[in-house]
Design a protein around this ligand. Structure first.
Ligand code: ZN
Length: 334
């Protein structure tokens, strides 16, 4: 997340209204926990909520349920230079949040707030903390200081040590229903029909739909998805399909394939689902591979992609031939 040149006001997304109201009620009652864990699938806007909450907590005169955008604290948080605000994320090519910045952040927690109001520390994605970093963070979680708030953001909270998880209040942020995000997406695209087509293409993931629109990626995604459909129908070979993915990195390629499988499985009638068990197994393995990569594993992209595509082709071959489905022999592993 880029924390410089922010808009004056950071508001939550439209489908986050219930969570937002609850957090505000807790704060007003003096019961907002000092450590929150925002957990949910990718593309639902967890970081945007974390940012809105952080800026709200730092603001000197919140208005209409948001940070005011005008006080000194808001001006500093807008330019990314607020001294009582830290946002830790993996830096550079590293996919891990390392121990040194976390140590520094924990000592920041124990200092007095510069503006004398509150301090906020956000870690995202929190499951990418190294073991040393998680241990260093525990010190801050065990001895929370008054008016200090830790916000952990995680797609896969199970990838974090239980000792960290158990000290946070978990806020679940599931995928929103399409009617909750379509009006928002339509304001971005300017066309309701384009919005609903994009959201469907994105498998209902609102921030992916937004990204497809702003980065003009919908046409390429359609092409990749149609090549996966060809593979599933036995009309294309693994190298042909792999070539369609050669322009993107492994992580988004795996995301595309997982979305393709999810959409396929969602469309199946109940009786068909029994025979599609191998596809569920494949999806599980795919998600395990995604988690390993998110945690810093670095498999050979071409081999990993082809391994996934071979498993996909085998599973659909077996589905078409009506054979008893068995999990594919092809291991998808880094
Ligand atoms: Zn303000």
């Amino acid at each position: 997340m880029n924390l410089q040149d922010l808009p004056q006001v950071s508001a939550p997304l439209p489908w986050q209204g219930a969570v937002w109201s609850r957090l505000q009620e807790q704060l007003a009652a003096g019961q907002l926990p000092h450590a929150l864990l925002l957990a949910g699938p990718a593309g639902t806007g967890k970081e945007r909520l974390a940012l809105a909450l952080a800026r709200f907590l730092l603001c000197h005169q919140p208005a209409a349920g948001h940070n005011c955008g005008e006080c000194a604290a808001c001006r500093y948080s807008q330019s990314g230079s607020h001294g009582d605000f830290r946002w830790l994320q993996p830096e550079g090519a590293s996919k891990v949040i390392r121990i040194d910045p976390v140590r520094e952040a924990v000592s920041f927690i124990f200092r007095t707030a510069g503006f004398g109001l509150r301090k906020v520390l956000v870690l995202s994605p929190a499951e990418r903390m190294s073991n040393g970093a998680a241990n260093a963070l525990l010190k801050g979680l065990e001895e929370p200081t008054a008016e200090t708030y830790l916000i952990l953001v995680a797609e896969r909270p199970q990838g974090m040590p239980a000792t960290v998880r158990s000290r946070c209040q978990r806020v679940n942020m599931p995928l929103p229903a399409s009617e909750q995000c379509l009006p928002w997406l339509a304001r971005i695209t300017g066309e309701p029909s384009a919005a609903s087509e994009l959201l469907e293409l994105a498998g209902g993931v609102p921030l992916l739909a937004e990204q497809l629109y702003t980065h003009d990626g919908a046409a390429q995604l359609r092409k990749r998805r149609s090549s996966l459909g060809d593979l599933a129908r036995g009309k294309a070979t693994v190298p042909q399909v792999a070539a369609q993915f050669s322009q993107i990195e492994l992580a988004p390629a795996l995301r595309d394939i997982a979305l393709f499988l999810q959409l396929y499985l969602r469309r199946q009638e109940q009786p068909g689902l029994r025979s599609a068990r191998a596809l569920f197994v494949l999806l599980d393995r795919l998600q395990a591979l995604q988690a390993a990569i998110a945690a810093g594993s670095n498999p050979n992209p071409q081999l990993a992609l082809e391994s996934v595509l071979i498993s996909l082709a085998e599973a659909f071959d077996a589905l078409r031939s009506g054979a008893t489905m068995r999990p594919s022999s092809q291991e998808i592993a880094p």
